[in-house]
Design a protein around this ligand. Structure first.
Ligand code: AHG
Ligand code: MN
Ligand code: MN
Ligand code: MN
Length: 337
């Protein structure tokens, strides 16, 4: 049986779609880092990697040991290769400049090193999310403010995005803007093997994902929409809906890419800017790019996520993504309000 590994897929992309060699190298390096994270995650208590640190990240979250370890793995893997100008992460206050001893490259890499970290200690799926942008001319500066500004590009400018899901299998889902491919880690071979040739989000669904415990903090369009979902076949939507909430965005999105669904993390009155919990640059943008490339949709309730002009590296946005019909319905409710 001839197997298409990630390396072969990327080389064929270079031939057929002119994917630049340094972008191909970048994806390979990220994938290698994800293998290392997958290994650490799978060791769990045996590797001494469970539990928390006594530090908080810039988001105000207590860092898990694996948040920090995964961040270090991604930084170390990516700093020496000459393919990047800078990196940014959920776990770092500022952009990470490539150290002067290494050459700088044409791309910017952003990541959520470990997504769903509240699930680590209970042995539920977690993942890594990444996004790649081109580096504008002034991002070669060693000045932190300029380096940060280089990242503030709308999501439609992403040249690649993907995630690794550390679940019963480790899978890597990738888009280079030409559809979405899924790879499964073959642990004997040590390679990601193409297993999902053409990932698609079905346009309609009867399944939604939201943290219902936040209901009292939502805005009226979301409260209205979710009450209609809960009303089932007797309500205005005329069908029964099922609900799932894993609390790892990677795992929830992977389910949607596999069998459809709607994922929501709405605006929430508790936060100062009411933007909800999810981060535009590390979570919303890469997932929106993947979901759109798979035929789905992704909005903030009022705007296409990929069109949002970022104002800050750690900015948060409301997220509605998945099957087109439901994303359009809930977005329509916001726009009527
Ligand atoms: P992270 O672990 O990277 O901070 O992200 C957690 C996010 C996301 O993965 C998930 O969808 C959401 O937080 C879960 O939020 P609740 O704890 O409010 O359910
Ligand atoms: Mn976090
Ligand atoms: Mn996350
Ligand atoms: Mn995280």
């Amino acid at each position: 049986m001839s197997r298409v590994t990630l390396s072969r897929y990327l080389i064929e992309q270079t031939r057929s779609h002119n994917t630049p060699a340094d972008l191909r190298f970048l994806i390979e390096v990220v994938a290698r880092a994800c293998k290392e994270i997958s290994h650490a995650v799978s060791k769990g208590a045996l590797g001494g990697v469970l539990g928390s640190m006594d530090t908080e990240n810039v988001q105000g979250e207590v860092q898990k040991k694996l948040d920090v370890l995964s961040n270090e793995i991604l930084l170390e893997a990516n700093e020496w290769g000459g393919h990047l100008a800078a990196m940014a992460s959920e776990e770092m206050d500022k952009a990470y400049q490539i150290p002067g001893r290494y050459p700088k490259g044409a791309y910017l890499l952003l990541f959520d090193p470990l997504d769903g970290s509240s699930n680590i200690d209970v042995n539920v799926s977690v993942g890594t999310i990444f996004s790649v942008l081109r580096c504008p001319d002034d991002c070669f500066s060693q000045n932190d403010a300029l380096a940060e500004r280089a990242f503030l590009q709308p999501g439609y400018r992403q040249v690649a995005a993907g995630y690794a899901l550390y679940g019963p299998q480790t899978t890597l889902v990738l888009t280079l803007g030409e559809g979405v491919k899924g790879f499964t880690l073959d642990r004997e071979l040590g390679s990601f093997v193409l297993t999902h040739e053409h990932m698609q989000v079905p346009p309609s669904t009867s399944e939604f994902a939201v943290n219902m415990s936040n209901q009292r903090h939502w805005e009226p369009p979301v409260t209205r929409y979710v009450s209609e979902l809960l009303a089932g076949a007797d309500g205005p939507l005329g069908k029964n809906y099922n609900m799932r909430w894993i609390a790892s965005m990677v795992a929830d999105v992977h389910r949607i890419l596999t069998r459809g669904g709607l994922f929501m993390y709405p605006r929430d009155a508790r936060e100062p800017d009411k933007a909800g919990k999810l981060r535009l640059m590390y979570e919303a943008n890469p997932m929106a790019f993947i979901v759109e490339q798979a035929g789905g949709a992704a909005t903030t309730g009022t705007q296409r996520i990929l069109d949002v002009q970022p104002e800050a590296l750690h900015q948060r946005v409301p997220v509605f993504l998945g099957s087109k019909e439901e994303v359009e319905r809930v977005t329509g409710y916001h726009n009527q309000a």
